[in-house]
Design a binder for this molecule. Sequence first.
Ligand SMILES: Cc1cc2nc3c(=O)[nH]c(=O)nc-3n(C[C@H](O)[C@H](O)[C@H](O)COP(=O)(O)O)c2cc1C
Length: 211
Amino acid sequence: MKVLAINGGPHPNGNTAYAISVIAEELKKEGIETEVITIGNKVIHGCLDCGRCFREQDEKCVFEDDIVNEVFQKLKEVDGIILGSPTYSAGMNGVMSTFLDRLFFINIANGNVLRHKVGVAITALRRSGGIPAVNQLSKYLEYSEMVIPTSNYWNVIHGLAPGEAKEDAEGNQIMRILGKNMAWIMKVIEAGKGKVEEPGAEVKVMTNFVR
Ligand SMILES: Cc1cc2nc3c(=O)[nH]c(=O)nc-3n(C[C@H](O)[C@H](O)[C@H](O)COP(=O)(O)O)c2cc1C
């Protein structure tokens, strides 16, 4: 089995990357491989609300010159995802926000390939605002019918300079337990395939509060 981890921040060796590595280490012990993509050091367009993804349904966003379309193809191959972001101004970082808006719209427009896959959301931060950041990230998992494992506290780890998060013992335990629970749930889902019937997908009902 395989997991795709998105590091929304700009530092491939920063605190978000470190938190992802703690989770990945636990996944590895259970035979699950993790690929990490760092996006915060890249230029990523914001969603134009042009509607192309829903109109064409060809697994593509109108923007072809950044990595969003490429990452969507990877979502199809994996069994789970990790959404990791540094906390910026008590939320996820800006690049991650534009990236996820577009990635998850392509996903929903093209049959929701993430449905019943496993997803976790984590953040690294200096002091405050981690919970709203995790809540923001979790919203994408929640509207995609993903299965969300938990830990023994909310999924934050503390540190300012890259690498400082290694010293946050409680944050390390949170990520370690999250990794163990993620691996376990992935294995339970895998073991249930062909044995426990999956509920079928429903056609989305959309009401816009005006009709
Ligand atoms: C623009 C910006 C905004 C930030 N806002 C917050 C914040 O609201 N709360 C906080 O605790 N830390 C904040 N930080 C600190 C980072 O969250 C912290 O350094 C984090 O460990 C960085 O993770 P990284 O190494 O993966 O980039 C901010 C940092 C930057 C650059």
